[in-house]
Ligand binder design. Structure first.
Ligand code: ADP
Ligand code: X15
Ligand code: MG
Length: 396
């Protein structure tokens, strides 16, 4: 059944709570890529242009200590949003309490307010990411209507998406959520073959399980980026200080056994002694030497990946092939991105906050068929899972 959409709501003079995914790459308070903010603009503008008061919620990064709170405030995002909207955005540096409630009561029709990083609540017993019932109820009490537009977070059951929705009479989807579901559904319900999936990035424990499903659906699964070295460990290849998820080595062994030659791993890597652009690096085949970490896939791996990809008619890609944020380790991601852009008659889909940043930063985004704001979310959607953030939206 079709979902209720924000445009089905009468938002005039209403306090409209909107869950967005503003989990953008950010370093020292500087936003690396604003694609996720841009992608949320249609819903925010719809609400404000129709006389609603937009009250925005998002997480940013993962909050495990007080120190993380200093690095991961949403204030810079509020400033960028104000620039993009061309109007002021009230930023509230709190996730609850009088300061937030007063700021909301002062909003006029058409105003926009951004609440501080919802995961600040995680320091107190994972209240946001554990979907604490009291927190969802409290946030819901701050508004009249709820719109979920956070596709990138749809695979999470948080107080700010599922929690708020379950305390409102109805919850609507925003335009971004609607667009993502439509596109991903059409592209992968019956994908044209050869279908190649590419999985990289750093969220190994979150995403390695998806490979099991992808093996059943794709003709080849290319693994690169930080995902690689847990598989290397499973194969007995030395990994030095490379990223590894020890708890997932057994799973990696099972996947390797099941996959046979369907799973394609890098054969060489760019390694360095530090996670740093200003130290020497070198390309090594096979074992990563002690004291070194692998930060990009090497040229022979790129050639191998291109050979696997050359006839593909559908490609789904999540997770950069290396630490593309540092120029010395961007080549693998750049080469794969360029190659996808030049594929003939192929549907090429890239998903993820960082993967999107990578293809935009490296200038190859325009030649791809679809850029999805969700990494983990698009993978789980493709897996056919019911995403809690989507399930929480009401039917029409
Ligand atoms: N070899 C590697 N070692 C450590 N981190 C890596 C490696 N390769 C890629 N990464 C990191 O993975 C991050 C993105 O991972 P992830 O969040 O899973 O992707 P996405 O946001 O596209 O879904 C990037 O910040 C990138 O630097
Ligand atoms: O950036 C996100 O996912 P992605 O890195 O898979 O694209 C989402 O905002 C979810 O973040 P989370 O993986 O910390 O829950
Ligand atoms: Mg990411």
């Amino acid at each position: 059944m079709a979902k209720l959409i924000v445009s089905d709501l009468d938002v005039k003079s209403k306090k409209v709570l909107i869950r967005v995914d503003f989990n953008v790459p950010i370093k020292d308070g500087v936003i690396g890529n604003d694609n996720r903010i841009v992608a949320a603009l249609p819903t925010i503008k719809y609400v404000t242009e129709n006389g609603g008061k937009a009250i925005l919620f998002s997480h940013l990064g993962r909050i495990k200590s007080e120190d993380d709170k200093k690095k991961l405030s949403l204030r810079p995002v509020a400033e960028r949003l104000a620039d993009l909207l061309g109007k002021p955005v009230t930023f509230v540096p709190a996730t609850r309490g009088a300061q937030l409630e007063d700021a909301i009561s002062e909003l006029k029709d058409g105003d926009v307010l951004l609440v501080e990083n919802t995961r600040f609540e995680d320091l107190d017993g994972k209240k946001e990411s554990g979907n604490d019932p009291e927190l969802g109820k409290y946030w819901a009490s701050l508004g009249d209507l709820f719109v979920n537009d956070a596709f990138g977070t749809a695979h999470r059951s948080h107080a700010s998406n599922v929690g708020i929705a379950s305390n409102m009479e109805k919850a609507a989807a925003g335009f971004l959520l609607e667009k993502e579901i439509k596109f991903l559904g059409e592209a992968v319900d019956d994908p044209k073959h050869p279908f190649v999936a590419i999985l990289g990035g750093a969220k190994v424990s979150d995403k390695i399980g998806v490979i099991n499903h992808l093996l059943g659906k794709a003709d080849k699964v290319i693994v690169g980026g930080g995902m690689t070295y847990t598989f290397y460990a499973a194969k007995g290849i030395k990994i030095g200080n490379s990223l590894v998820e020890k708890d997932k080595i057994e799973l990696a062994k099972e996947l390797l056994e099941k996959a046979g030659d369907k799973l394609v791993l890098p054969i060489d890597n760019v390694v360095a002694e530090k996670f740093d652009n200003d130290v020497p690096n070198k390309v090594v085949e096979g074992d990563i030497p002690d004291g070194y970490m692998a930060l990009d896939v090497g040229p022979k791996s790129v050639a191998l990946f291109k050979d696997v990809l050359k006839d593909a008619k559908t490609v789904v890609w999540n997770g950069p092939m290396g630490v593309f944020e540092l120029s010395n380790y961007a080549n693998g991601t750049l080469e794969v991105g360029k190659f996808l852009g030049d594929l003939k008659d192929a549907t090429t889909i890239v998903g993820g906050g960082d993967s999107t940043a990578a293809v935009q930063q490296l200038g190859v985004a325009d030649k791809l068929t679809h850029i999805s704001t969700g990494g983990g979310a698009s993978l789980e959607y493709l897996e056919g899972k019911t995403l809690p953030g989507i399930a929480a939206v009401s039917d029409k």
